[in-house]
Design a protein around this ligand. Structure first.
Ligand code: ZN
Length: 288
């Protein structure tokens, strides 16, 4: 089927108490690997690219590859632009065929975040594209965006209510204590805050910084109302490690297929593992 907006995928997840995995991909093989994971397990899927990957590969290439993958399968797949601070890049991606975009104006004061988000919501609605916005500040490093621990700021539930009302944003990423990258210790997730925010707003909620959160905590986040989890660093690591292993045993290897095939397999296994944790396996039919 063609690429779909992530809105119905996430609404079904919110209603039925599971979360959809959103995987950041950087190469064709990574994209194919997560699509195969979704297909084999009959799971809904969100493919994501960062702004850096859009600059690296081109929005048109990414959208064409995602559309081809979606057309080859019966599971619903959305293509999402992760953490974008730039209006023109968002418009470029929507034009190229992205079905979901994130406007990240969380570094600005509340009113400015509202104004920038609303502007994107108005454009995206006309195109049938989902929008995600961030409230509070998720810590860590994502592409070129670096938020230090002292700058990270958790989202206030009442601000979330006002933000959703003022912007009409269909998906919200409230900062709840997770961070981008791999955690040094255990993540410091504010579960009570997730509960309050999920009770206060009806839109699907997004958990950023999903790499390396222990399974029990992932499940708790989902049970409390998180409907999408972003996974970037973890699949990048398994992909790269599989390639390093090939070269460790065969430093002269020069056939890309010889190292891309094991890398793809590793990503596929990791993605299925995340889908299982999120409870979205077998849920593709919810949005067909
Ligand atoms: Zn993020």
């Amino acid at each position: 089927m063609p690429l779909v907006s992530s809105t119905p995928l996430l609404q079904a997840a919110r209603q039925n108490g599971y979360a959809v995995g959103a995987f950041n991909v950087h190469t064709l093989e990574m994209l194919q690997a997560v699509v195969e994971s979704a297909e084999e397990t009959d799971s809904p899927l969100i493919l994501q690219s960062t702004v850096g990957t859009v600059k690296h590969l081109g929005a048109d290439y990414l959208a064409a590859a995602a559309a081809t993958a979606a057309n080859r399968t019966r599971v619903p797949i959305a293509l999402h632009l992760d953490h974008c601070t730039d209006f023109d890049t968002i418009v470029q991606c929507i034009r190229a065929g992205y079905t979901s975009v994130m406007i990240d104006a969380s570094m600005h004061p509340f009113e400015e975040n509202v104004a920038q988000t609303k502007r994107i919501v108005d454009i995206a609605r006309a195109a049938g594209v989902n929008v995600e916005a961030e409230l509070g500040k998720v810590g860590g490093v994502e592409d070129d965006i670096v938020v230090g621990e002292h700058e990270a700021l958790l989202a206030d539930p009442q601000d979330c209510v006002r933000f959703v009302e003022l912007t009409g944003v269909p998906t919200l990423a409230p900062a709840v204590g997770t961070a981008h990258g791999i955690y040094k210790g255990d993540p410091n997730i504010d579960f009570e805050r997730i509960r309050s925010i999920a009770a206060a707003v009806s839109v699907p909620l997004v958990l950023h910084g999903g790499s390396g959160i222990p399974e029990e905590q992932v499940k708790r986040c989902v049970a409390l109302g998180m409907s999408k989890m972003n996974i970037a660093t973890e699949i990048r690591i398994v992909f790269s490690n599989a390639i390093k292993e090939v070269f460790a045993t065969n430093p002269d290897e020069n056939d890309p297929r010889k190292y891309m095939i094991p890398a793809k397999k590793a990503v596929k296994a990791a993605a299925i593992e995340k889908m299982r944790m999120l409870g979205c396996i077998g849920k593709a039919a919810d949005c067909r």
